[in-house]
Design a protein around this ligand. Structure first.
Ligand SMILES: NC(=O)c1ccc[n+]([C@@H]2O[C@H](COP(=O)([O-])OP(=O)(O)OC[C@H]3O[C@@H](n4cnc5c(N)ncnc54)[C@H](OP(=O)(O)O)[C@@H]3O)[C@@H](O)[C@H]2O)c1
Length: 278
């Protein structure tokens, strides 16, 4: 792993250490129970793809070369600062099918052991709580959260299937109703989680959850890695899939770093943005 990257903004360009760069943001101290700090991260290509979809099967995948070791290190630093990881039914289905890795716990990778200690040293519980957003409520529950003593909550909308809500409750899970339709809405979800004492909420979700958080004015910060490559592909996902967003999509650049570490001589930008103050 390259130890350094070039900070391009703010200030004059300067080499800075990559490990610890996002831990320094102290996201766990930024939220309040009445205003949790909600952050998301994405990695995309220069042509704006976050995943490619197989036109024949409709199956989606993260193309090779989009995620790097340095990007993953920064992802783990964001994960370490969360009171709560928000994931969704689609991720749990992919996890169970072996299409994606389990990223629901902190400090599981050899290179990330010290992040588990960092949580303890910084007054956070050993592992974050997990929130599963789902409209269908049709997903397999992984066993890793129970093994690690994590609190698990399920979030859905008021018109989600009542029999499935009842089944999850009967199985001992807390089911939050956060939205008037079948889907989870950003505003009600953040309120519900804040009222349970969860102040830093990391969205490990995709375009739909980003969309609702932005529309409801609940996104506090967006971390964006841009890999310096063009992907093409006839069918793909970008960061948003809903209708035109308007002013809710206007963001202010807070930092921009350039990482030149890729062995083939290409690099990536690490940026973070915040919505404009109201
Ligand atoms: N490159 C990156 O940084 C990045 C980041 C995120 C995702 N991705 C990839 O992009 C592709 C699309 O992402 P995605 O699968 O996250 O797509 P998505 O369309 O945002 O979410 C898919 C599933 O999540 C649940 N969901 C999401 N938002 C919800 C809401 N507001 N209320 C209720 N349920 C909600 C639904 O589950 P139910 O069907 O259970 O209702 C839905 O089927 C995937 O291949 C993914 O791996 C890439």
């Amino acid at each position: 792993m390259s130890a350094c990257m070039l900070r391009l903004f703010p200030g004059a360009p300067e080499e800075v250490a990559l490990p610890g760069a996002y831990l320094a943001h102290r996201l766990h101290e930024r939220g309040r129970v009445d205003a949790p700090f909600v952050y998301a991260s994405f990695v995309n290509s220069l042509d704006g793809r976050i995943a490619l979809r197989d036109p024949a099967t409709g199956e989606s995948r993260l193309p090779g070369g989009l995620v790097s070791g340095n990007d993953f290190r920064l992802f783990l630093e964001l994960q370490a600062q969360a009171d709560c990881l928000i994931t969704h039914g689609g991720y749990l289905r992919d996890l169970s099918a072996g299409r994606l890795d389990d990223v629901l716990q902190v400090g599981m990778q050899e290179s990330a052991r010290e992040l588990a200690q960092w949580r303890v040293d910084n007054g956070l519980p050993p592992q974050p709580a997990i929130v599963i957003a789902s409209a269908s409520l049709d997903f397999p529950m992984p066993d890793s959260p129970a093994r690690h003593g994590q609190r698990v909550l399920i979030a859905t909308g008021a018109s989600a299937p009542a029999d499935r809500i009842a089944r999850w409750r009967a199985a001992g899970y807390e089911v939050l109703i956060a939205g008037s339709g079948a889907s989870v809405e950003g505003g009600p979800l953040v309120l519900e989680l804040g009222s349970r004492g969860l102040r830093s909420l990391y969205l490990l979700t995709g375009p739909r959850m980003l969309d609702t958080m932005l529309r409801d004015g609940r996104l506090s910060r967006l971390y964006l890695t841009t890999a310096h490559r063009l992907l093409g592909g006839e069918s793909f996902h970008s960061m948003l899939s809903g209708p035109e967003l308007g002013d809710a999509g206007r963001l202010r650049l807070c930092t921009l770093h350039y990482d030149v570490s890729a062995p083939d001589g290409t690099g990536q930008f690490f940026a973070h943005f915040e919505p404009r103050p109201a």
